[in-house]
Write a new protein. Sequence first.
Length: 419
Amino acid sequence: AAEEAAAAKRLEAEGGSAAGSGGGGGGELRVLTWNLAAICFPFKAPSWQIALGVLLGLDWADSYGDVALDAQSSRAKARWAQQAAYIRSSSADLVLLQEVSGKATLRALLGALPDYEAAYVPWRPTYFAVQLFALAVLLVASAKLLLLEAFCAAAALPLPLPAHPLARLVLIAAVCATRWRHSAVTQYLLGSIAGQLVVLRRRGSPASAFVHTAFDAFVDACSAETSSPLKQPAGAASPAVKLPAWQSWLLGQFFRLRPRGVQEVVVALAQGDVPACRLTLLNTHLPHLSSNSTLVRYLARRIHAAAAATSCIFSGDLNPDKGKPLRSQFGAIFQCGATLGEETGALVTWDTANPLIRGKKCNPDADMQLDFCFLHQPNEPRPLLSRMRSSLLRREAFFLPGAPLSDHIGILTTFELRE
């Protein structure tokens, strides 16, 4: 724990001078988009080790190659400290986060980021998720009860539980549910943040206040797909990834349990004596291993509608297909007028050398950009923002000793504010 805390301090110290050179104000707006990685599959630790640890009430995930299963463990808290230091080193005015598992995680992160406040939409778990959680707790409790009974019988010890079998099961299930209430799996099933999407605002920055926050789940927004007013260019639809039927079914249940969607946050921008303007942020996390052409068309309409009134920043983890050009996959977004940052080449945010990816049978040729930041502005003579640059935020920070940061590298985009 001491080594991990030292790593967090070193990360913040090393980032301080670099961040300060860019300036977090003075006519600039700095926007960071980052997927925190709530959990990473497959685990680097052997499956038997993970399962045995869960039965014993212990987090036996790999300390360097896995996200901690228990969000209240010392290793998880050290990871939050490092993530907070990473965000702080960016001097970002606005931070668009994905995979924020729940309010407990967000509170811990904000506890280490006193200069930031958060905007998100509360989420209530589906009945299906609650039922699945109850089933998982009962299965683990049953296994624990069988092990405990076998151990007591072999050691000729009395069983320190009620005599009735059902009472024993209920008692152990209650203990399991309490013990793992902050686990990554529990927060995924019962998590309290819609879409696991959060926007942070730095106090004292040009982004002076949150004005509006909303969330729209993709399953609701796209269930009745209508023709888009934006003409879709040929080849804009990416074909579905070919998966076995059972994997496709599991993937569908995965997104049914915790629907993905788009978070809309409107912020007020104020600088000096200039009257406040409004800026719309669209934060999203597109499904992986899926055909997202319908969602891309829907998002293009959302961007187009938002930019009719205000400048719009659209950002997040878009999970593109590496084998297809971006202009093909996101054609509707480009056509509606959105532009990418002034970058030199692709920004590799999914780097297979990353400790959370390395050693999990990932092909180094799979290095790619998963995270993007688009800008769309109203058609006016003097737009609110002008694009300056997008860059990876401190790739080296992901290789410090201690708890791993994420399987995604953050993208920092700097805009010039209209005077």
